[in-house]
Design a protein around this ligand. Structure first.
Ligand code: SF4
Length: 494
């Protein structure tokens, strides 16, 4: 039984970060590496704030955890210091809690009863508790390979090794199927490897989980583009089912602003991927912000990743632009039109490290020098409105134009869906108007025996949704291959 008064005795406390000067000098995770005793004691105090609500909004539903994480259960187990059972209950619904604990913006915390109750001191620090359970699990050797008891004799190909593909592969391997994950890159992990900077999640966290999957029997093939290096005919001949977990990496470009074609104007991933490769030891980053005036266009997660990366590369200045006005930092303004915290003003550790954020502004022109390289940006104050048909419209709010120095411009304005790939042509699978792959209620695409999950189905989204869809598609594939399935299916296709 939880302590119903815990939240009155203890205040919410986030994990402490390393000093800015120290962390921008390396690529390691930004949080302080506390000694185990201090960390465990602090996190037990945080878990004590959980009331074990009769209806735990954190746990599931439209606003809570898509995985249906058993949050009140493991909060109470942590409160009591039973890390082993907490680990078991956490892994019962989440294949990779060390990923979500580090990367998820925690819709569970937004939904927590303490977050939506005035003067309750804020949500339970669920994300911090989750990450600590996961880290303790690894430290104490509680994460062990789980081998299937019986082999089904059926073979499944998973295309893509991001969080959705890995979750599907682990679930299906444990159900007894022979699973091969194909990755076109030279290393495994998809966005977890080459999209997410080290300072958010060190790659050793990914590698130890991949080692567990290997020991369980999942096979991996890197450097293989399915549809090219392995033909669609070979894929169909060798596998009984296929899971497409190919992500939604087609970056949205700015095709209308004059000067887009100047040198020095890049999509965000053109900056992040080589920077992450450099951290893997692949040589210097391709697009280096060192000594440059960097302007990041777009106020979301990817923009924040560019921000922290540019800070570590030694940018001369960093400015992140957002067309929307600065929202309140907490949801204490009941009149706020913004959705609930933490969706308001997502501030990342990177934003403390350097530079500034500018709101309610839009770029009018990228201005270049005689060599065709961007040197300035013309900026105007704007307001975002909806027109009569509900379409988003950016309205200038001033005649005044500001000039901002800019040697490197990074467009972090979202993703437009699945990249073009011969595999989809070969399978005869069309993309939706959103650039995603649609499926039926059984996660099956228009191609029989071919399933889809994660960003490729949902559009660019949160790591927690990728894992949830990977688990659900595994249930669907298992059912397709064997007629029924005991695997959990936390979400249904949208
Ligand atoms: Fe605990 Fe918050 Fe979930 Fe209630 S909603 S069970 S207080 S984490």
């Amino acid at each position: 039984m939880a302590d119903p008064y815990g939240f009155l005795k203890h205040t919410r406390a986030e994990a402490k970060k390393r000093p800015v000067a120290e962390r921008v000098a390396d690529w390691n995770e930004v949080y302080l590496d506390l000694d185990q005793q201090t960390r465990d004691s602090e996190v037990r105090t945080q878990a004590t704030r959980c009331m074990d609500c009769g209806i735990p909004f954190c746990h599931s539903g439209s606003a809570g955890c898509p995985l249906g994480n058993l949050i009140p259960e493991w909060n109470d187990l942590v409160r009591r210091g039973d890390w082993e059972l907490a680990s078991e209950r956490l892994h019962a619904t989440n294949n990779f809690p060390e990923f979500t604990g580090r990367l998820c913006p925690a819709p569970c915390e937004a939904a927590c009863v303490l977050a939506i109750t005035p003067d309750a001191g804020g949500a339970v620090a669920i994300k911090r508790v989750e990450q600590t359970i996961a880290d303790v699990s690894w430290e104490q050797g509680l994460v062990r390979p789980t081998q299937a008891q019986v082999s089904s004799g059926r073979k499944v190909a998973v295309v893509g090794s991001g969080p959705a593909g890995l979750a599907a592969a682990q679930q299906l391997t444990r159900a007894g199927h022979e699973v091969t994950v194909f990755e076109r890159d030279d290393r495994l992990g998809g966005l977890l490897r080459y999209g997410i900077p080290e300072f958010k999640m060190e790659k050793k966290v990914l590698d130890r989980r991949l080692a567990q999957l290997r020991k369980e029997g999942t096979k991996f093939v890197t450097g293989c583009e399915v549809g090219v290096d392995l033909t669609v005919e070979q894929l169909r001949e060798r596998f009984d089912a296929v899971v497409l977990a190919v992500g939604a990496l087609r970056g949205r470009d700015d095709t209308t602003t004059p000067g887009r074609s100047l040198k020095g104007v890049h999509l965000a991933m053109e900056h992040l991927v080589p920077a992450n490769r450099a951290c893997e030891g692949d040589g210097p980053a391709g697009i280096d912000a060192a000594g440059k005036h960097v302007v990041i266009i777009g106020g979301g997660d990817t923009g924040a990743d560019c921000y922290g990366t540019a800070a570590r590369q030694g940018a001369a200045s960093i400015v992140q632009l957002d067309q929307y006005p600065q929202p309140p930092s907490q949801r204490d303004d009941a009149r706020s039109p913004w959705p609930v915290w933490p969706w308001v003003l997502r501030t990342y550790p990177a934003h403390e490290e350097a530079g500034e954020r500018r709101f309610a502004v839009a770029v009018e022109e990228f201005v270049g020098d005689e060599d065709g390289h961007v040197r300035q940006i013309k900026l105007r104050k704007v307001r975002v409105e909806k027109d009569a048909s509900g379409r988003r419209k950016v309205v200038p709010m001033s005649e005044e134009v500001e000039l901002l120095p800019a040697d490197l411009v990074l467009l972090a304005i979202g993703f437009e869906g699945v990249e073009h790939m011969p595999l989809l042509d070969g399978l005869g699978i069309p993309l939706t108007s959103r650039g995603t792959i649609s499926c039926g209620s059984d996660w099956q695409t228009t191609a029989p025996g071919v399933f889809v999950c994660g960003d490729a189905h949902r559009g660019a989204s949160l790591v927690v949704w990728a894992i949830a869809e990977g688990r659900s598609v595994a249930n669907a594939v298992d059912t397709y291959l064997t007629g029924s399935s005991d695997l959990p299916s936390p979400v249904i296709p949208n």
